[in-house]
Design a protein around this ligand. Structure first.
Ligand code: SAM
Length: 451
């Protein structure tokens, strides 16, 4: 045995997906390995309170370990838990929620249900962004990020989290860009043209969008791209070109041109149709989005006289689905494009008792300070950072009867829940919903009741 390697028994999984073990009374976070496994690992960083290690060899396998399906699994930053049995993934996600609520929130007596598993565990994503980068060996690559790397992109063969056609389009684009010799963006020097390829396919309608994000400038072989790609993929419904000259590595365009088709796709949730454009937020797992919202609505039990605030409303999905059951909904959202999409979707579905405010939640709530007792139901679905302290303070001034809190981060949820409960609310139960199989992410749904 290499004397630099140490033997460790893995007992748990941390929130960032790393394995957890102990050596000489100290916590060790490991890359690789699953609970129930004994491994030989190399310590790569030693801190006073914990060590970081890389698993070099598994000497005893966990009964949770399952064969992986993806050839990119060992280096792709996508699904780090693919080798963990799905039932065990759900068990560890539930444990993560319990830990946060008890340890961070200091709230030990809340009923936390088993995680509602995803109806599909592969091919569930309706959207994926792939990156281009120059590559000294291959000329360029188009695919996903190497685990833990901001710049390194590997050439994608197949991604199992998306429908098969997504990977087929990526492979087609790799060949097209190579044959046409289109310059690829160099992430280091910020030169070149092709930056991202975003593919969106609606689960319930099969609408299919290709969005090519480039540096500024006319697309060099635009007509040829449209002709060849629509021939190769007859199920494509629209092609969009976005131009982005910013150095930051995000697949959002500053200038959009619709190359072919309507420029949007439509997705159906329950009986409601949502128009999704390139830069609009929409839940990436459509089937589980229905489960998430349905769970929230059942826990909320909306009434026809409710005045509802839908804070952090994105493209208005929750408010639009809820509006027919209540008196009135106001959605609040920071991103202008999302507000436009929300308005478009409300009129598409002939919902007239909903309106939208574009801006920060905290500013909206500050203005509504005097409207105490008017909004009896508030829905919050914030980003991972949770509620801004000022937003939370203003929200509690409104004294709503019920707060439906949908969270994608149990740690920030637990922090906010502690404050809400301290202000006179009861939190009887939490229902976690898995939207992202094979990753450590977990969403949860809860309703706070004013005492
Ligand atoms: C997790 S998404 C929820 C979207 C929506 N509820 C849904 O289910 O599709 C969070 C949304 O909050 C918005 N957002 C982030 N910070 C915000 C703020 N300070 N004020 C208003 N909206 C914000 C984001 O743009 C994003 O659309």
């Amino acid at each position: 045995m290499n004397d630099k390697l140490i033997e460790i028994e893995i007992t748990d999984l941390a929130y960032d997906g790393k394995a957890v073990g102990h050596k000489d009374g100290k916590v060790v976070f490991l890359k690789g390995g699953l609970p129930g496994e004994t491994v030989l690992a190399e310590i790569i960083k030693s801190k006073p309170r914990y060590d970081m290690a890389i698993v070099k060899e598994i000497t005893q396998k966990s009964h949770f370990r399952v064969p992986t399906v993806c050839s990119h699994f060992t280096y792709c930053g996508g699904c780090t838990w693919q080798d963990l049995d799905y039932a065990a993934q759900l068990m560890f996600k539930k444990k993560q929620v319990i830990d946060c609520v008890e340890r961070i929130g200091g709230l030990p007596d809340i009923k936390i249900f088993d995680v509602i598993g995803s109806q599909e565990i592969f091919g569930y994503r309706n959207k994926m962004e792939f990156s281009f980068n120059v590559d000294t060996k291959e000329g360029f690559t188009l695919g996903l990020h190497h685990r833990g790397s901001f710049r390194d992109i590997f050439n994608l063969e197949k991604c199992y989290l998306t429908p098969d056609i997504t990977s087929e389009i990526v492979r087609w684009m790799q060949s097209f860009v190579k044959e046409e010799n289109i310059p690829v963006y160099d992430v280091k020097n910020h030169t070149g043209y092709m930056r991202f390829l975003m593919i969106r396919q609606a689960k319930n309608t099969s609408d299919l969008m290709v969005n090519v994000v480039t540096n500024y400038g006319e697309f060099p072989v635009k007509e040829k791209l449209i002709k060849n790609i629509t021939q190769a993929f007859p199920s494509l419904t629209t092609i969009v070109h976005n131009q982005n000259g910013q150095k930051s590595n995000i697949a959002v365009g500053e200038k959009e041109t619709i190359l072919w088709g309507p420029g949007f796709i439509e997705e159906r949730l329950f009986d409601t149709v949502f128009r999704i454009r390139t830069n609009s937020f929409f839940q990436t797992n459509s089937l589980q989005a229905e489960t998430l919202y349905q769970t929230g609505f059942e826990m909320l039990n909306p009434q026809e006289n409710d005045h509802v605030l839908d804070l952090y409303c994105g493209t208005g999905t929750i408010g639009i689905l809820l509006a027919p059951k209540v008196k009135e909904v106001i959605g609040v959202e920071l991103v202008a494009d999302a507000v436009k999409a929300a308005q478009e979707n409300a009129s598409l579905n002939k919902i007239s008792n909903i309106s939208f405010y574009e801006g920060h939640v905290k500013d909206f709530l500050k203005d509504k300070n005097s409207a105490q007792d008017y909004f009896n139901v508030v829905i919050v679905d914030p980003p991972r950072a949770g509620l801004h302290p000022k937003a939370l303070k203003q929200l509690l001034i409104l004294k709503p009867e019920k707060i439906l809190y949908i969270s994608c981060n149990p740690a920030t949820f637990a922090r906010d829940a502690q404050k809400i409960v301290a202000e006179g609310y009861r939190l009887p139960e939490i229902k976690p919903v898995d939207m992202f199989p094979h990753t450590m992410h977990i969403e949860l749904v809860s309703v706070f009741h004013r005492l």
